[in-house]
Write a new protein. Structure first.
Length: 202
């Protein structure tokens, strides 16, 4: 998923697995174009500028996120977070819901998909400032919903990141202005649950 240029090892902007307007009306083409084409591209450019000569040159993105701090951590974390974010969506679908082993685990642990969604949205809505709400799995396959500030990722806590909603304002302000909770509740219709189950089964 993390693409690097084979010639010079620099990190590359992740490709969207859908057209820029495919997620409308949940996320507009305009938001995708700024969020992916400008915000994420800037994190990629920044990291490629900061890495040469640092101890993290040539390391994987995951390793950099787990070991670095400061500007390298912030930009690497945002690349990892956005790569997972942008590759987890698909065109809107009514009654979209989890599939496979992950569906069973969500049901067992949270009681129902509805109860899971409620807790996830609440953690996303109440996260103060900029950050991310995550569904992540521990080594026993147990699920955790975590709030991560700024560029953080649950990988730094030894968890495997599965699903994430970006609560930085740049993710929703053009389409929803200050209505973060509405944005979060609309995102469920575009989650590609087959892709999330694949992350879980790894
Ligand atoms: Mn973002």
């Amino acid at each position: 998923m993390t693409q690097t240029n084979p010639l010079d090892g620099t990190f590359q902007l992740v490709e969207l697995p859908y057209a820029a307007d495919a997620l409308e009306p949940v996320i507009s083409k305009e938001t995708i174009s700024f969020h992916h084409g400008k915000h994420l591209q800037t994190y990629v450019n920044n990291l490629n500028t900061l890495l040469p000569g640092s101890p993290y040159e040539g390391r994987s993105l995951e390793e950099i996120v787990c070991k670095s701090d400061g500007g390298i951590f912030n930009n690497a974390g945002q690349i990892l977070n956005h790569n997972l974010y942008f590759t987890q969506f698909t065109a809107p679908e009514e009654n979209n819901k989890p599939v496979g082993n992950l569906a069973v685990a969500i049901e067992q642990q949270f009681g129902s998909f509805e109860a899971f969604k409620e807790e996830f949205e609440k953690k996303g809505s109440t996260l103060f400032g900029s950050g991310w709400v995550w569904l992540a799995a521990d080594q026993d396959g147990k699920l955790h919903i975590t709030q991560e500030a700024n560029a953080n990722n649950p990988i730094t806590k030894g968890l495997t990141p599965l699903l994430t909603f970006d609560v930085w304002e740049h993710a929703y302000y053009l389409d929803y202005q200050n209505r973060r909770p509405v944005h979060l509740s609309n995102l469920w219709s575009i989650v590609n649950w087959a892709a999330i189950d694949k992350r879980y089964m790894k």
